[in-house]
Design a protein around this ligand. Structure first.
Ligand code: SF4
Length: 180
């Protein structure tokens, strides 16, 4: 597969009914390939591009729609943003169908393309850092990683230790803090 062909996407697997991959009970789609080299990578078996399954976006939509009853999906990897063109199209189609979308990326939020960032409901950012591994934080593996909710042009960082919201960010810029 030629990475970046917008009508095709390479993926590695599907996991139903996860409570660990974003808020709520979610199905997880793992995209194939990641060029980052996090020590202690939890998905080392799907890092290599070209070793996964390749389908058109519409074929993958049929697969997803037959399995994701509650329409809550997390797209993980691998590194989904290494297939940004295809991912953008997939997210567009999922949004059209009314899905709640959570994206897991190792990239920092500033690097996420706007046509993707503003069309997901949640995004987990940052690479896994073994020295910062913390099993007491929801949804992420290490304390340098962040989870944001995105709604109507506002980005809010979730406090994963208290399940509360602590920062309000608009268009990528912190504009205020909320205390709980
Ligand atoms: S970003 Fe994820 S898949 Fe890629 S090396 Fe790091 S832990 Fe592994």
């Amino acid at each position: 597969m030629k990475v970046g062909m917008a009508d095709r996407i390479e993926w590695a697997g599907w996991h139903k009914d996860s409570c660990d991959d974003g808020p709520g009970v979610r199905s997880v789609l793992f995209l194939q390939g990641c060029s980052m080299n996090c020590m202690g990578c939890h998905n080392v078996g799907i890092k290599e591009h070209g070793k996964g399954r390749t389908n058109s976006i519409e074929e993958l939509m049929v697969f997803i729609e037959s399995r994701c009853d509650n329409k809550k999906i997390t797209i993980s990897g691998g590194e989904p943003l290494e297939q940004a063109n295809s991912l953008g199209r997939l997210i567009h189609r999922l949004k059209e169908k009314g899905y709640n979308i959570c994206l897991y990326t190792g990239w920092e939020i500033e690097r996420v393309p706007e046509n993707i960032l503003w069309h997901v409901d949640y995004i987990k950012t940052g690479s896994f850092v073994m020295d910062l591994k913390n099993p007491n934080i929801q949804y992420v593996g290490s304390s340098n990683q962040h989870m944001f909710s995105i709604d109507n042009g506002d980005i809010r960082e979730l406090d994963l230790t208290q399940d509360s919201i602590r920062k309000t960010i608009q268009k990528g810029k912190i504009i205020g803090e909320e205390s709980n």
